[in-house]
Design a protein around this ligand. Structure first.
Ligand code: SAM
Length: 454
């Protein structure tokens, strides 16, 4: 595909991406792939991505505006035009481009989408918005979903779970996530790597004194621009996620299981912090995602087959892949980075607010508890299991741990060596809840359990 100067083509592609998320329930990565965004010129790729993210962040408001602006509801089979109007409204409200250029490119996109007869509608809606802008924005701001840009069910759950913090959590979800880098501290002195980065003209800091290898960039950049990225000198990983390997404290000679390992952010960090572990078994049920673990292991130089075993398997069915004969004593450390609602990372994945449903939570909780039950017997007495999610919902976090502790008399909760500033932590009875945005981190939950000898 080629670039068009009018900007109509990238807007049409963005509308297809947004429509795929909203109508077909695709996640953003799948929607980008389906719309072949990677075949665009690099400049247009970046534009489509930014516009897709921005539109989805603002679609609850935009769809209310659209409802007020159209005389008759747009037919379901023309949902791509609703998506395009949302793209246009986002640009008119949030971007610095001149209004006439936005309207012209958006109307041009209707032709690209082969809906020529709807050019008049798109033109009229956007122009009416420009004429009545203040009143319309004031009217929709009274609507809860439009005002908070989150679904009603999630707003309500956050209000119940975090009566003091819910508005901050939502505000963090509506922001653009920063880029965090993890320095491979096994190979590099953090200060020296930071110097190298700053010499390339990139501004960055290490804001958490207890984690000198965690670097916050002032502005995101392409990974290839990070010094030594392809040589394994660093990885891209949010601050909250970087805590897992520190909490696990794997030591020389230990056997470690990462039961939901892909794409391998935490597993590779475990190896960086302790390259002398005896074995790392990395399991994931997605073959495609498991290949990303392999790529990351190779990039970071940890592809020793005697030390690392990758298994495509189901953490809910370990009998199928755990060869007890190999080491009857089990694992010294288990990481269960469980599938979850991902409500702590909405700022990174704005599609989540449309893809998750309230009904998903109870089945996720069931899976999370079952995963703990099934993996627990693989842990050696005296061994530690770290449970983590990128959720901010108590049901998936401390309630799961409370229930598991109630069921297992041989499970004991260990204190986590907290490394995060006070303001990033939510009040919990069990484990550590990190709230999103407070220290520029994602929302995450951790609980560390020890298996007692019985
Ligand atoms: C939150 S991601 C893990 C991220 C990873 N720990 C990291 O740090 O890069 C959750 C992963 O769990 C995997 N998963 C979901 N259900 C699973 C199951 N029943 N068994 C094994 N893996 C599962 C998904 O494919 C996904 O890759």
């Amino acid at each position: 595909m080629t670039n068009t100067n009018s900007g109509a083509l990238p807007r049409a592609i963005t509308a297809r991406v947004v429509d795929a998320v909203l109508k077909k329930g695709r996640n953003l990565d799948a929607a980008f792939a389906e719309a072949e965004v990677d075949k665009l010129e690099p400049r247009d790729q970046a534009f489509v991505r930014a516009l897709s993210y921005g539109t989805l962040r603002n679609h609850y408001r935009n769809r209310k505006l659209i409802a007020l602006l159209v005389a008759r509801p747009i037919r379901n089979r023309d949902s791509v035009i609703t998506a395009l109007l949302s793209v246009g409204l986002f640009a008119l409200i949030e971007s610095k481009r001149p209004d006439y250029a936005v309207v012209s490119a958006t109307v041009g996109a209707v032709t690209q989408l082969e809906r020529v007869s709807m050019r008049g509608l798109v033109n009229a809606v956007l122009r009416r918005f420009l004429r009545e802008r203040e009143g319309l924005l004031a009217a929709v701001s009274k609507d809860k979903e439009a005002g908070y840009q989150h679904p009603q069910w999630l707003i309500e759950k956050l209000q119940v779970d975090w009566p003091r913090d819910w508005e901050d959590i939502i505000a963090a979800g509506n922001k653009q996530a920063p880029m965090w880098v993890r320095i491979n501290t096994k190979q590099h002195e953090p200060a020296l790597w930071l110097d190298r980065l700053q010499h390339t003209g990139v501004a960055a800091t290490t804001p958490v004194s207890t984690m000198p290898g965690a670097v916050l960039l002032d502005a995101p950049l392409m990974v290839q621009e990070l010094p030594g990225f392809s040589l394994g000198d660093c990885s891209v990983q949010d601050l909250a996620s970087q805590l897992a390997a520190h909490f696990l404290q794997a030591g020389p000679g230990m056997r470690v299981l990462d039961a939901c390992a892909a794409p391998g952010g935490k597993a590779t960090h475990v190896l960086e912090l302790c390259p002398d572990i005896k074995e790392l078994v990395a399991v994931d049920k997605s073959e495609q995602r498991l290949s990303r673990v392999q790529e990351n292991l190779e990039r970071l130089g940890f592809d020793n087959k005697d030390q690392v075993t990758l298994i495509e398997g189901d953490a809910l069915d370990p009998e199928k892949w755990w060869k007890e004969s190999r080491d009857k004593a089990g694992f010294d450390r288990i990481l269960v980075d469980a599938p979850c609602s991902a409500t702590g990372v909405i700022r990174r994945h704005p599609d989540i607010r449309f893809l998750r449903r309230t009904g998903d939570i109870s089945s996720l909780v069931e899976t999370q508890l079952q995963m703990l039950e099934k993996l627990w017997p693989l842990l050696k007495p005296g061994g530690w299991l770290l449970y983590s999610t990128c959720s901010v919902l108590r049901a998936e976090n401390e309630a799961v741990i409370a229930e598991f502790l109630a069921r297992r008399s041989d499970a004991y909760e260990r204190q986590l060596p907290v490394k995060m500033p006070e303001e990033a932590r939510g009040q919990t009875e069990h484990g550590l809840q990190l709230l999103p945005g407070q220290a520029d981190n994602d929302g995450f939950y951790y609980a560390l359990l020890e298996r007692l000898p019985v």
